[in-house]
Design a protein around this ligand. Sequence first.
Ligand code: COA
Length: 177
Amino acid sequence: MAMTQITLRPAAIEDVAAIVALHVSVWRATYRTLVSDAVFAALDEAYREARWKAALTNPGRDQLVLLAEQGERLVGIGAVGAPSHEAFGGRGEIRFLYVDATVKRQGIGRRLMRELARHLADLKYPGAALGVVAGNDPAIAFYSSLGGTVIGSYVNPGPIWPSEDIVMVWDDLSLLA
Ligand SMILES: CC(C)(COP(=O)(O)OP(=O)(O)OC[C@H]1O[C@@H](n2cnc3c(N)ncnc32)[C@H](O)[C@@H]1OP(=O)(O)O)[C@@H](O)C(=O)NCCC(=O)NCCS
């Protein structure tokens, strides 16, 4: 039986519940061993729901939130926008890239990255950048395989959890897009 196709589309406010469910479950599986118990407990559904509602109601500059769906089922999210920190050197910032564990390694992360990079190229950004938590080795391997390079690290103050983040960049958006 052929797999149901994956389609991408921008998120809308009606998608908040599905986004929160995916974000929290993938985040918990990824960060269980990388954060304290207090942080693990604090970044719960209520916390994420408030943040996603705000982001989709009142979009940040140059924001695009993309959803990957398999039929009706949300299987991936990715967002991009103006840089939130000087560590990104004015490049567009990729954030919240999460793919459901059941559909990993099928190219969904790569497709989301490609569309996010196209958005940045359309907006004439000189490149893309992101912060990835030190120790999240699978994600670092994924970004490296897409041509990302490490330029340094910074302490991401975060609203709840200050993390040591590796800064990865793409200075040729056509490589990603
Ligand atoms: C990182 C993540 C987004 C990748 O998404 P994905 O859809 O599984 O990735 P893709 O199938 O597009 O992978 C593309 C290539 O990246 C590399 N790659 C992906 N996952 C990898 C892993 N776990 N280890 C090593 N390389 C990996 C491979 O080269 C892969 O190509 P291949 O499968 O043909 O070998 C996904 O694993 C995820 O959601 N992880 C948990 C959340 C997270 O850490 N997000 C990033 C926060 S900064």
